[in-house]
Write a protein that binds this ligand. Structure first.
Ligand code: DON
Length: 319
């Protein structure tokens, strides 16, 4: 965007300035009509393309809100970032590196050929294959215990008990042939720690948890704050886990467009097909954005523009 980059300092601007900048970014991108609402999960096609929320949570717990920040939507792929953090906490840096990997595939989030090209390695925990493999690494004797760990862990990041959107869950469960294929292929390479259909079920449930832009900002700010939720004061994961998670988000969070995202915005981030984005400024806070129309890689169009604008005006860019 044609706004100057604020000098990069350790701090955000004064609170009143942050508030104004958030409102200005909202007003500027609300009229944008580009992008398409996801429809490969039938229930997502009904989303209102006009909804647009921008939230910022600072590491001291201060929150700034503009637009539809309390509109609920399913977290979808953004869950992958927080399940990765929970699994890193449970099994550690080395095991995640060895079993799942941390490099970008350069291919779409639901690619099957990426698995075949890489000897069955999912490559990273942000694509569907890697996320299903990561969910299967959650501690627990069975699928139900893994699900409980995911549900409780994501709720601790948000600072409230998250609920499932049963309609979206049913709709995705009835149409997710591709994810079931991916899980079976992972199993054929002996890279899935669990029963393939059960692990897809847990993964699909985690994607169906309802959040708001405000929740995403709190969840991201927890990663920005070394694992301490700045609103509840709870230590959710360790600082080391946050460092590892943010590194993976920087390289893989926006899929095959992660390089362009870093070039334009310069922050670890994760998108989801219902139109959410969380972008994390370590030591400062996080942006939570919601706007359903997506680009070809499955990233919110308004969300990206607003993040690019705010990264400049708030001086968030890491580089
Ligand atoms: O597995 C899927 O296809 C969806 N539950 C999540 C995909 C997603 O959010 C991709 N991100 N933009």
């Amino acid at each position: 965007p044609d706004v100057p980059q604020r000098a990069l300092t350790g701090d955000l601007p004064a609170e009143s300035t942050v508030e104004e900048l958030l409102q200005a970014a909202h007003a500027r991108y609300a009229p944008l009509g580009e992008g398409e609402v996801a429809d490969y999960i039938p229930a997502l096609a009904e989303a209102d393309p006009a909804l647009f929320g921008l939230a910022l949570t600072e590491v001291d717990g201060t929150q700034h809100l503009a637009g539809d920040t309390s509109a609920p939507f399913t977290i979808q792929s953004i869950s992958k970032a927080f399940v990765l953090a929970l699994v890193l906490e449970a099994i550690g840096h080395e095991e995640v590196h060895r079993i799942v990997g941390v490099n970008n595939t350069g291919l779409p989030f639901n690619s099957v050929i990426a698995l075949e090209l890489n000897a069955g390695s999912p490559m990273n925990p942000m694509v569907n294959a890697g996320a299903i493999a990561t969910t299967a690494l959650m501690p627990g004797a069975d699928a139900e215990q893994r699900w409980q760990g995911v549900h409780e862990g994501l709720s601790r990041f948000a600072g409230r008990s998250l609920e499932i959107d049963e309609r979206v869950l049913r709709s995705e469960s009835a149409s997710n042939h591709r994810n079931r294929g991916i899980a079976s292929l992972l199993a054929s390479y002996e890279r899935l720690r669990g029963d393939a259909p059960e692990m897809v079920e847990v993964y699909t449930r985690q994607c169906s948890l309802l959040v708001t832009a405000e929740d995403l900002a709190v969840m991201g700010a927890t990663l920005a704050d070394g694992g301490l939720n700045p609103v509840t004061g709870e230590q959710v994961v360790s600082a080391e886990v946050c460092r590892d998670t943010l590194a993976v988000l920087a390289a893989c969070g926006m899929y095959e467009l992660s390089g362009e995202w870093q070039f334009e915005i310069g922050l670890p981030a994760k998108s989801g097909v219902s139109g959410g984005i969380v972008a994390v400024a370590p030591g400062k806070g996080a942006l939570g954005v919601f706007s359903p129309p997506l680009d070809r890689a499955g990233n919110s169009v308004r969300g990206q523009r607003a993040c690019a604008h705010l990264a400049r005006t708030l001086g968030l860019n890491l580089f």
